[in-house]
Design a protein. Structure first.
Length: 197
């Protein structure tokens, strides 16, 4: 299985984004030393795609599949793409505050700690639907790990389209998010332009 091992802060610097979107509070003091070159249109489009892939932890082939699926759906392709990425199970676990970062959320799902509607799901890319109930398995709720995570993520804002019960480590997807509700700094229209060439 392919794993992205790029240092997070270094990658954030090169993409010109804040590590907060990944759930990381660290700041890099280094500045990116790039000559004042004007970026081409293609470079801007590619950068937006790399940003989206990096934030959600998706590799190239699955990302292209999400794009194809978004294109077949009704409505704007870019908005559909962002909704699909946002409704991944690992992202939902992160948004509910059951993990500090999306990478940690992916690990929690992979280690079979998550139930969707009472059934164990171990696929991080599982697409959650409106009305689904996501919870941490009963036998894992007492783990010190989750107490530590809730201490860190307690102050994090849970989006309006999710409902969370932190006491029972349980959350509900009220509805799938629209683009306005997704606070990710990605210009999805540039991604659509890149793929439609």
């Amino acid at each position: 299985m392919a794993v992205n091992r790029v240092p997070v802060l270094k990658r954030c610097r090169s993409l010109g984004m804040d590590p907060v979107y990944l759930g990381i509070d660290k700041k890099s003091n280094r500045q990116l030393k790039r000559s004042n070159r004007k970026m081409s249109e293609y470079a801007l489009q590619l950068r937006e795609k790399q940003k989206a892939k990096f934030i959600y932890g998706v590799l190239e082939k699955p990302f292209r599949n999400y794009y194809k699926k978004a294109k077949q759906m009704k409505g704007m392709t870019g908005e559909n793409l962002m909704t699909l990425l946002e409704s991944r199970l690992d992202n939902i676990v992160f948004r509910l505050g059951f993990a500090r970062t999306r990478r940690e959320a992916r690990q929690i799902v992979g280690h079979k700690h998550v139930l969707v509607n009472g059934k164990q799901v171990k696929i991080p890319s599982y697409l959650v639907k409106a009305g689904d109930v996501i919870e941490i398995k009963e036998s894992k709720k007492g783990f010190q790990r989750y107490k530590d995570i809730l201490e860190v993520t307690g102050g994090r804002m849970v989006p309006d389209w999710l409902e969370v019960d932190t006491e029972n480590l349980k959350g509900t997807v009220k509805e799938l998010p629209l683009r306005d509700a997704i606070d990710v700094p990605v210009d999805e229209m540039l991604i659509v332009e890149l793929y439609s060439k």
